[in-house]
Design a protein around this ligand. Structure first.
Ligand code: TYM
Length: 338
């Protein structure tokens, strides 16, 4: 409830516990979750069911899931205010995904940009789950009657299909799902690779210098920014078309330093790229150091973390089961005694 007695709107988001998280995941998603967490009723998941659409080593997946939960909290997500849980702990996600599959067309899934990209990258493992990824995502979001979904730009298409599926269900049966909106920040929603700034920074990039990981230590962060690709001019100016490298660094600097792009441009006016890149590295390293040590502290307290995740799953289950029961009733599934 809000102070004015109105029910808070619902916010849902998730990250996959695959690979190492980059500052792109942080700026595009988690940082915004923290900024929004007291204005909404929030559900934040570790999307392990999505992660297995790419082959995962079981022990690593289990470890990464805990590390991700600890990272959410270390970044400032308040487990007392939000439901923080592991997707596979709430069985309703798989159940609703099955129902939504029957309202989704194969052609729509084949056209998804991320499916096409991932199929090209994992040609030996184009499994049904990879294709069905957006339907599971729609199930995640719709189970909680979500109003807003803060994500990076790369998830826009998945949000659009979620809206289409929700509207389709509501029209075929009767109004059941809230139709969610994507929340995509103006700055930080697409952080690009430090080595090829026309490409998204990604957890799965083969070149370790292309991405800055949340787990990178100070020296590594400074080194990666020192090596970042810029251009042959020497003016620190925001122009993504002609100066993608410098613009990407300005974006990173501006969000981490809490300054506007224009302020950042003024600050580096007349300075060379060497000084600029060092300053970006410093501001990022300063932000990551306390997050990393807080994450380690949380990980060392297994009982605390497990307690948070068990309580989160219980809370999520209550909401999810109530939506799923409604869905089962509407589509005509028989329940003895009901
Ligand atoms: P994942 O783990 O691939 O990405 C998690 C979040 O990080 C954002 N992101 C970026 N933002 C800015 N710049 C980048 N370079 C960058 N790279 C990644 C993504 O947009 C995303 O917000 N499928 C989702 C996980 C998910 C989900 C959901 C999200 C599963 N169910 C329901 C919202 C609602 C994903 O992209 O994970």
């Amino acid at each position: 409830m809000q102070e004015n007695g109105q029910k808070k709107k619902v916010l849902y988001s998730a990250v996959q516990p695959s690979g190492d998280l980059t500052i792109g995941n942080y700026l595009g998603a988690i940082k915004n979750w923290v900024d929004l967490q007291h204005d909404y009723e929030c559900f934040y998941a570790m999307a392990d069911m999505h992660a297995i659409t790419i082959r995962q080593d079981p022990a690593t997946l289990r470890r990464k899931t805990r590390e991700l939960a600890a990272l959410y909290i270390a970044c400032g997500v308040d487990p007392a205010a939000c439901a923080l849980y592991v997707q596979s702990n709430v069985s309703c996600h798989a159940e609703l995904a099955w129902v939504l599959n029957t309202l989704t067309y194969v052609g729509e899934m084949e056209r998804m940009t991320q499916f096409k990209d991932k199929s090209a990258r994992h040609a030996d493992n184009i499994n049904m789950g990879l294709m069905d990824y957006p339907v599971l995502m729609a199930a995640d979001i719709l189970l909680y009657q979500t109003d807003v979904v803060p994500v990076g730009v790369d998830q826009r298409q998945h949000l659009e299909i979620t809206r289409d599926i929700a509207i389709r269900f509501n029209n075929r049966y009767s109004p059941t799902f809230t139709v969610p909106e994507a929340v995509i920040m103006q700055t930080g929603a697409k952080i690009n690779s430090l080595q090829d700034p026309t490409k998204k920074m990604s957890k799965s990039d083969e070149n370790p210098n292309a991405s800055v990981y949340m787990s990178d230590d100070r020296d590594t962060v400074l080194r990666k920014f020192r090596r970042a690709v810029t251009d042959s001019e020497s003016s620190v100016r925001f122009d993504p078309e002609t100066k993608p490298g410098v613009s990407n660094l300005l974006t990173i600097y501006s969000v981490f330093a809490g300054k506007s792009i224009a302020e950042a441009e003024r600050e580096f006016d007349g300075k060379g790229y060497g000084d600029f890149k060092a300053a970006v590295g410093e501001v990022v390293a300063d932000a990551l150091t306390p997050i990393r040590s807080e994450q380690e502290r949380i990980l060392a307290d297994k009982d605390y973390l497990d307690g948070v995740l068990a309580a989160g799953a219980e809370k999520a289950y209550r909401t999810a089961r109530s939506t799923l029961s409604k869905v089962y009733r509407k589509i005509g599934f028989y329940r003895p005694g009901k």
